[in-house]
Design a binder for this molecule. Structure first.
Ligand code: FES
Length: 174
């Protein structure tokens, strides 16, 4: 019984931010997309729990919320890392050896074609077909900062910098 109460308390706390977002949007089902966008901003992805909770709160079928969440590529149903690495593999970047950058990122972060997020949820790798900066090929975007004419050495240095920053922040917090 106590365990159930604790679990429920944890769930209510976990979903607190969803309540705020729902309230801000007047629990209006026609605002489902902006609601999901805001929820994803907070949780970084849309979990089963969150999808069910949003559906119940808006009094719409869970399948409908799933339908919207899976239709738009912007939404993610699995956890994403704190740092997003977007690597272009469009024609211009491919010709300029973007696959060397891909190999570098995968090796550095122990990622693969199937495994796109690191176990510590620090990094997620996304491959995109064009970032609209073909003149700068090969292009990689790390946390919304565009790096053109990137080389594996530069990418490794950028990732090392983030890893070092994260480590020192974690140590400072202890
Ligand atoms: S093909 Fe890579 S930015 Fe366009």
């Amino acid at each position: 019984m106590q365990e159930t109460i604790e679990k429920t308390k944890a769930m209510v706390k976990h979903l607190g931010a969803v309540n705020v977002i729902l309230k801000k949007n007047n629990n209006d089902p026609s605002r489902l997309i902006p609601i999901l966008q805001e929820v994803q901003e907070v949780y970084k992805y849309l979990s089963k729990d969150v999808i069910s909770y949003v559906a119940t709160s808006l009094d719409i079928p869970v399948a409908h919320v799933y339908g919207v969440a899976t239709f738009y590529a912007h939404f993610s149903l699995s956890p994403k890392g704190k740092h997003i690495v977007r690597l272009c593999d469009g024609t211009a970047c491919h010709v300029k050896k973007s696959h060397d950058l891909l190999d570098c990122v995968c090796k550095k972060l122990a990622l693969t074609e199937e495994k796109k997020t690191t176990d510590d949820l620090m990094f997620t790798l996304e491959q995109v077909s064009c970032l609209g900066a073909c003149g700068l090929a090969p292009v990689i975007v790390i946390d919304d900062i565009v790096h053109g004419q990137a080389t594996p050495a530069q990418v490794e240095e950028l990732l090392d910098g983030i890893i070092a920053r994260e480590k020192s922040e974690a140590q400072a917090a202890q």
